[in-house]
Design a protein around this ligand. Structure first.
Ligand SMILES: [Zn+2]
Length: 251
């Protein structure tokens, strides 16, 4: 299937390294990725970066984020600006898929208004129960957009090219995206796998909802990797430097 895959960097986070890899010291600055997939049947976002309100460091948006999370994002780094810079039209987006509803993955949902959000039902249920706490900011995802709630694996266009793949454990309803293009299979891991080392060493981050589920998800990612899939790690700064950014196609 001919699918164009584009990557965007929508700001950075500086967070204690141990949050990403248990046992590490100091801080780690990581990218906030988002992706666009252009399929003959639709244009699909996978995650949307940070909320436009996060641009103002003195704004009330930050009241809802734990102070150990330093967000750095400027207006030109928001997803809509990234589209413009790449000569792409965010108004042409037909679907938004969220890996999960943490603020650095769903913050920019409102930048594609009137587009339905595809999310695992158990993730939405959990986020709504939590409200604003523990990485969730309800204003990010309670935007008035409609939700298409998924229960497990979901083949978006029925041709196997874009498949939502449950990877629970980071949160109750986290999902990754399996994308099959003419150049190979790409797994947009999201926070199921922050760093290359997470998968190489099967080394968990400090932040996790369920250890057993997270390890099962990592094993599933590893099996796909062994079959030749390219894993797009969720927040790996060194890996991310090797990823072509829009308007250059990743695939
Ligand atoms: Zn997360």
């Amino acid at each position: 299937m001919s699918i164009a895959l584009y990557a965007f960097t929508c700001g950075h986070l500086t967070i204690p390294f141990k949050s990403f890899l248990e046992g590490e010291e100091g801080l780690l600055t990581v990218p906030v990725p988002a992706y666009l997939l252009v399929h003959p049947k639709g244009s699909v976002l996978f995650d949307t970066g940070l909320n436009p309100h996060a641009v103002d460091p003195n704004g009330s948006y930050f009241d809802s984020i734990h102070p150990s999370n330093q967000i750095r994002v400027s207006t030109p780094e928001l997803l809509n600006a990234r589209f413009e810079q790449a000569g792409l039209d965010i108004a042409g987006v037909t679907h938004v898929i969220n890996s999960h509803l943490h603020y650095d993955h769903a913050g920019g949902n409102s930048l594609a208004p009137d587009v339905p959000i595809l999310i695992q039902k158990r993730e939405l249920d959990h986020a709504r129960a939590v409200g604003t706490a523990g990485g969730y900011v309800s204003a990010d995802f309670e935007t008035g957009q409609s939700f298409t709630m998924l229960n497990g694996e979901h083949d978006l266009f029925g041709d196997g090219s874009i498949v939502c793949m449950p990877t629970f454990g980071h949160t109750p309803g986290h999902q990754s995206l399996k994308v099959t293009t003419t150049t190979g299979t790409y797994i947009l891991a999201g926070d199921a796998c922050y760093l290359r080392r997470t998968l190489d060493d099967m080394h968990l981050p400090r932040f996790r909802y369920n250890d057993e589920q997270m390890l099962a998800s990592l094993r599933a990612l590893k099996a796909l990797q062994q079959r030749g899939a390219r894993i797009m790690y969720g927040h790996d700064p060194e890996f991310w430097e090797t990823v072509p950014q829009a308007p250059v196609r990743l695939a």
